[in-house]
Unconditional design. Structure first.
Length: 74
């Protein structure tokens, strides 16, 4: 996959854990984390770990389409 869009908090998983796993396995895909419960600290941590972007809900669909387009062009 070229892109993974994941929620930060999920019932049985963590978007941050998924991001770490992707980076540890050196998978060549961009990761966008979406959350309704995020903090600045979590956003900074996600970006430090290599997330392409960190979005807060509600996500503007138009902005998401533009972001996906930009990621896929790179």
């Amino acid at each position: 996959y070229a892109l993974v869009i994941t929620d930060l908090r999920m019932p049985k998983a963590s978007g941050m854990r998924l991001l770490r796993e992707i980076k540890e396995r050196e998978l060549a895909c961009a990761v966008v984390i979406v959350t309704g419960h995020g903090s600045v600290r979590e956003a900074v941590e996600a970006m430090r770990l290599g997330a392409y972007d960190f979005l807060t809900k509600p996500v503007d669909p138009h902005q998401l389409v533009l972001l996906v387009d930009r990621i896929l062009r790179e």
